[in-house]
Ligand binder design. Structure first.
Ligand SMILES: C[S@@+](CC[C@H](N)C(=O)[O-])C[C@H]1O[C@@H](n2cnc3c(N)ncnc32)[C@H](O)[C@@H]1O
Length: 217
């Protein structure tokens, strides 16, 4: 019988810095046109994901907030912190905050600048498949969540052993300029035992995009 061993590829610190620099440069160039390509296609799945935010007022982290496309869908009773590496993306989020209590922070989701158990919920839309170390990013999300807090994830993930030859072929280029195409969510979750799966629903592109809800144990 053939056994498949799943291993997360862990880039070196230097590779992560290099890839993060490339991504920041790319997103600086993409910032003026990002909404044009992403807003309409992602509106319904964003709204569905954010509708599951807790009813009780709390602190909510938007990890990789980008141009703030989530902000118009958010209820006003929470306090929000939006972290992003790219100033040009983060600046575009500000006008979208409107009446929300929203604090933008330029920072890295691999090293969130917050104490353990600071947030009641973390929104991670289109960020885990983007960053060079998604397992580290999810571990950081787990660290900053309070016990019982929830992570709302929306992203494109492969299944274990899914072949997806075109996506794997395009991945070396895509990961340099915008996003990885071959991240397996189950590998990330296995590396963060503090998080338990609550919901996992296909939302777009034949289930490539998934809406996932996790709870901090
Ligand atoms: C595909 S966009 C998603 C933006 C937003 N969450 C959305 O749903 O539209 C990815 C964002 O992640 C940001 N990003 C990339 N690497 C990051 C990192 N290491 N730390 C924080 N943000 C990062 C980029 O600047 C970009 O704004």
């Amino acid at each position: 019988m053939q056994t498949t061993i799943c291993q997360l590829k862990t880039p070196t610190a230097q590779e992560v810095r290099h890839q993060s620099n490339n991504l920041s440069k790319s997103y600086t160039l993409l910032a003026p046109i990002y909404d044009l390509f992403v807003n309409r296609a992602s509106k319904a799945m964003r709204a569905a994901s954010l509708a599951t935010l807790p009813a009780r007022p709390g602190m909510v982290l938007l990890a990789g907030v980008g141009t703030g496309l989530d902000l118009p869908h958010l209820p006003a009773h929470h306090r929000y912190v939006g972290v992003d590496l790219t100033g040009a993306m983060l600046r575009r989020s500000l006008p979208r905050a409107g009446r929300l209590d929203f604090r933008p922070v330029q920072g890295d989701v691999h090293r969130l600048p917050f104490a353990d158990a600071s947030f009641d919920a973390v929104v991670a839309h289109l960020i885990l498949a983007v960053v060079p170390q998604p397992a580290l990013c999810l571990a950081e999300i787990s660290r900053v969540l309070k016990p019982g807090g929830e992570a709302l994830i929306l992203d494109k993930f492969l299944r274990r052993n899914q072949k997806a030859p075109l996506r794997r072929l395009l991945n070396p280029l895509a990961r340099r300029v915008a996003t990885q195409l071959d991240v397996v969510f189950e590998d990330l979750l296995d590396a963060s035992p503090g998080l338990a799966l609550r919901d996992d629903s296909p939302v777009l592109a034949g289930g490539w995009f998934r809406r996932i809800r996790l709870v901090r144990r």
